[in-house]
Design a protein around this ligand. Structure first.
Ligand code: PFF
Length: 478
């Protein structure tokens, strides 16, 4: 069992680190948000913009966080103050984010478990299909008085077990099993979809750049539409790469000094983006085909988040006939694995912070955080049922927590982190850390310009646009 002191836990090698960071990055964001955004923003056009942002802005932020973690050997709560006393509050802010996200993320994980069980039961009794009913099953489940909390609690409990076992024996080992399975299932379902007769049009709709997404109402090229595409891609990138919430700092603090940060970041980017693109291949063509078949406008069928995964896809699976229950079970198992490894990373960022601040043992900190997370999850779990009338800023609790973290806190933490590195401790400090595991910092020039100038400005734009979009200010479609 590892303990954070006197000797800090560490990954067993570079591959273990890459796998852990990729496991954190690959989650619900890849599976239900990326495909939807790609469909709405012109398919290949969006994918291209997204990839450019990942290898520039995403690279900068991830490198920064991992280097800060490894340099300080601390989780986010105490890492900033170790580098500069005045930046302690930034660590606190960065810690609030996973504490707020992990409870609602686990509630959604609970929904996924429920769907997995239900599909599994259908595999054995194909005559019963309670799910494909235009949202009644979903609404009934998330509105129930206890079930959403119960399933969420089970999900939190599994995360706690893995974390209590430690960095090497818990997190690393579980990733070693779950991630290859996840890849195999994703590729398997995508291959099944590609082989379905008539999937060609849907694949084209997804992958071929569609410039119409960049035109305004008058049919001419619209810079505003382009800006929206870039901002949408940027918001997605933050969430998908698990940036600005302390995780990469915590995971970086377990990295060996001899391993290469730059190469690791490049590999994490590739894994995360690949799975996002494959997720689109699993989802978009079948939803497209289904929309055409049922006469639903394609844009309407490609709805965001929960609706797409828990209402539309079950209808599509039902349309597969006998194979539907099996495809559904495999799909939701895959989603459960992706959500689990991401939730583990969020939970770990909380546990590591408690250990570093209070010198607590890992097992005790895990136990303590279990109660905090379980308590907070009650709000999101009951927000669609018993507590449905409580709507902060007009949102249900889950949406509200998502808004506060994604739209407000994360951009703020990212901007201040860039200013901190670019102008206070200086990019040189990051470079020195990188050069401990590497002869050369290949993207040094890009990194310096991004962290000092470009990143704070771009993220500032994300902050403003996300707030406007969520509060319905201006014309933000997505
Ligand atoms: N990156 C994960 C996803 O794409 O679903 C979500 C996530 C995991 C967000 C871990 C934040 C985090 F700390």
């Amino acid at each position: 069992m590892e303990n954070t002191s006197p000797k800090r836990a560490s990954w067993s090698g570079q591959l273990a680190f890459v796998l852990a960071a990729a496991a954190s990055a690959i989650g619900l964001g890849n599976l239900w948000r990326f495909p939807y955004l790609a469909a709405q923003y012109g398919g290949g056009t969006f994918i291209l913009v997204y990839v450019i942002l990942v290898v520039t802005l995403g690279f900068t932020l991830m490198t920064t966080e991992i280097a800060i973690g490894r340099m300080t050997q601390q989780s986010q709560l105490t890492a900033y103050s170790k580098l500069h006393k005045g930046f302690g509050p930034l660590g606190l802010l960065a810690t609030v984010i996973p504490v707020v996200i992990v409870p609602y993320y686990c509630v959604i994980g609970g929904w996924v478990l429920k769907y997995f069980w239900t599909y599994l039961a259908m595999v054995f009794d194909p005559s019963a299909d309670p799910i494909a009913d235009a949202g009644g099953f979903f609404g009934g489940f998330i509105g129930a008085p206890f079930a959403p909390f119960g399933y969420g609690l089970l999900f939190i409990f599994v995360c706690a077990l893995v974390i209590a076992l430690g960095v090497k024996h818990g997190i690393e080992k579980s990733n070693l099993v779950l991630m290859p399975l996840l890849f195999v299932m994703a590729i398997g379902i995508a291959a099944y979809v590609v082989c379905l007769p008539g999937s060609g049009d849907g694949i084209k709709y997804y992958l071929v750049p569609n410039m119409d997404a960049l035109r305004g109402a008058d049919g001419a090229f619209s810079p505003a539409q382009l800006a929206k595409t870039i901002l949408g891609a940027m918001g997605q990138m933050f969430y998908s790469l698990s940036l600005a919430m302390g995780i990469m700092i915590t995971y970086g603090s377990y990295m060996r000094k001899t391993d290469s940060i730059e190469k690791s970041v490049r590999r994490i980017e590739v894994f995360d983006t690949l799975i996002a693109i494959v997720a689109g291949m699993m989802i978009i063509p079948v939803v497209y085909m289904f929309a055409v078949k049922t006469g639903t406008p394609v844009h309407e069928a490609m709805n965001a988040g929960p609706g797409l995964m828990f209402v539309t896809l079950p209808k599509v699976f039902a349309d597969f006939g006998r194979a539907g229950a099996f495809v559904g079970a495999v799909f939701f198992l895959l989603v459960a694995f992706a959500a689990l490894t991401s939730a583990i990373s969020l939970y770990e960022a909380c546990v590591a912070s408690v250990c570093d601040l209070l010198g607590m043992k890992r097992r005790n900190a895990t136990f303590f955080m279990f109660f905090v997370i379980a308590f907070l999850s009650v709000f999101s779990a009951l927000g669609f049922g018993v507590w449905g009338k409580l709507t902060p800023f007009g949102m249900d609790f889950l949406t509200f927590f998502d808004f506060v973290t994604n739209a407000v806190l994360m951009p703020i933490v990212a901007i201040v982190t860039c200013v901190f590195v670019g102008w206070v401790i200086k990019p040189k400090a990051i470079e020195e850390e990188i050069l401990k595991g590497e002869k050369r910092f290949v993207a040094r020039g890009l990194y310096n310009v991004m962290v000092k100038y470009v990143a704070p400005v771009l993220i500032g734009a994300v902050l403003i646009s996300e707030i406007c979009r969520n509060l319905g200010i201006g014309n933000w479609k997505i």
